[in-house]
Design a protein around this ligand. Structure first.
Ligand code: ADP
Ligand code: TRP
Length: 324
C-alpha cells in the first residue's frame, strides 16, 4: 500500500484554483484503494506570514471544511492538523536543519521570491522548507502530490533524507517521490493573473451564492459593446468557463462571442449558473462543516492520534543514530 501525503497551508479560504489545482487531484488519488492518504493542514507554516490567532483558527477550520466538502474521506484516511503534532515535527525539523547547508536554503526560489517581495523577512520563511521536509519524512511518505511551485521543496526534502541516511549508512528516512501536477493548468483569477489569495482575484466556490455572484461579476473584461463580436480566446470569463462547463456549452458560448449581440454580462451569468450548480453540494457541505466546529475539532484530533504512532516510530529509528 502506497502512502500519499500532502498538506495545505491555512493561510486563507480555499478558492477555485486550490480546489481544481490541489484538492480535487489529491482526493482522486486517495480514492484508489491501493493508497493510504495522510492529508494535513499546515498551520505551523502559516505563522511565517499570518500572525493573527483568530484568523489562523478560522483558516484552519475553513481548510478542513474545504477538504471534507470536496469529498475527502477522513475516516478511511488520516486527516490532521500539523500543530497537533508540533513537538514531533519540530524535533525532526531541528535534526534536518542541522544537515541543511545554509546556501541551499538561502538560494531556494520561494525564499528568494518571498524575501524580495515581503517587508518582513523572518527566519521562519528561511526555515520553511525544512519544516516541510519534516512533515513528509516524519510519516514515511511514498508519494507527495504538489503543485509545480513546490518542486524544489521536494528536492530539498530528498537531499536532507539522503544526508541523514548517508551518515547512518542505512535508509532511516524514506525517500519520497514527488507527484508534480504538471498537467493541471494554472487557474486564472478574475483579473487574468494566476488565481491567488495574495492577488485578491479569487473565486471562492464555497461562498454563499450572493458573494460568489459578486466575485464572478468582478471578472475583468474589455469594453467591447454588447452588439459587437468578441474574441473568446482573450476573455477571462471564457477562460474560467472552459474549466467548468461541458464541451458543448463552451462551443455555444464561443459562437455567441463571435456572432455578437452577446454581452460579457450574459457570459458571466452563464458562468455563475454553472459554478452555483456544480458546487451546490460542496457549498452546502462546507457551510455545514463550518457550523460544526466541535465535530471538525474531533475529526482533526482523531486524525492526529492516528498519525502520532507513525511519527514516533520514525523518531525512534533516528534518535539513537544521532546519539540521542
Ligand atoms: P494561494 O496562491 O492562493 O496562496 P496556495 O499557494 O496556498 O494558494 O495554494 C495551495 C495549492 O493550491 C498550491 O500548491 C497549488 O498546487 C494550488 N493552486 C493555488 N492556486 C492555483 C491556481 N491558480 N491554479 C492551479 N492550482 C493552484
Ligand atoms: N508548502 C506547501 C504549499 O504551500 C504546503 C505544505 C506544507 C506541504 N507541508 C507540506 C505540501 C508537506 C506537501 C507536503 O502548498
Amino acid at each position: 500500500m502506497a502512502r500519499i501525503l500532502t498538506g495545505i497551508q491555512s493561510s486563507g479560504e480555499q478558492h477555485l484554483g486550490n480546489v481544481l489545482g490541489a484538492l480535487q487531484p489529491a482526493i482522486e488519488l486517495s480514492r484508489n484503494s491501493a493508497n493510504e492518504s495522510f492529508f494535513f493542514i499546515a498551520d505551523l507554516h502559516s505563522l511565517t506570514s499570518l500572525k493573527n490567532a483568530d484568523e489562523r483558527r478560522f483558516n484552519t477550520r475553513a481548510a478542513a471544511a474545504a477538504w471534507l466538502a470536496t469529498g475527502f474521506d477522513a475516516e478511511k484516511n488520516v486527516f490532521y492538523r500539523q500543530s497537533d503534532l508540533a513537538g514531533l515535527v519540530n524535533e525532526l525539523t531541528w535534526y534536518l536543519g542541522c544537515f541543511a547547508p545554509y546556501p541551499m536554503l538561502a538560494n531556494a526560489h520561494s525564499f528568494k521570491d518571498k524575501s524580495d517581495r515581503l517587508s518582513e523577512v523572518n527566519a521562519g520563511l528561511f526555515y520553511y522548507p525544512v519544516l516541510m521536509a519534516a512533515d513528509i519524512l516524519l510519516y514515511d511518505a511514498d508519494f507527495v502530490p504538489v503543485g509545480k511551485d513546490q518542486k524544489q521543496h521536494l528536492e530539498i526534502t530528498r537531499d536532507l533524507a539522503k544526508a541523514i541516511n548517508h551518515l547512518c549508512d542505512e535508509e532511516i528516512l524514506k525517500l519520497p517521490e514527488p507527484l508534480i501536477r504538471e498537467e493541471v493548468m494554472t487557474i486564472p483569477g478574475t483579473d487574468g493573473r494566476k488565481m491567488s489569495k495574495s492577488y485578491g482575484n479569487v473565486i471562492r466556490v464555497f461562498d454563499p451564492v450572493k458573494s460568489l455572484k459578486k466575485q464572478v461579476m468582478s471578472i475583468v473584461t474589455d469594453s467591447t459593446a454588447l452588439e459587437d463580436p468578441k474574441d473568446p480566446d482573450s476573455c477571462n470569463v471564457v477562460k474560467l468557463y472552459r474549466l467548468v462547463a461541458s464541451a458543448e456549452e463552451v462551443l455555444e458560448m464561443e459562437e455567441n462571442y463571435r456572432k455578437g449581440g452577446y454581452g460579457y454580462g450574459h457570459a458571466k451569468k452563464a458562468l455563475l449558473e454553472i459554478l452555483v450548480d456544480q458546487f451546490a453540494e460542496g457549498r452546502e457541505n462546507y457551510a455545514n462543516w463550518m457550523e460544526r466546529t466541535d465535530d471538525l475539532e474531533d475529526i482533526l484530533k482523531l486524525g492526529a492520534e492516528k498519525a502520532r504512532p507513525h511519527a514516533e516510530l520514525v523518531l525512534e529509528r533516528l534518535r539513537p543514530k544521532l546519539g540521542f
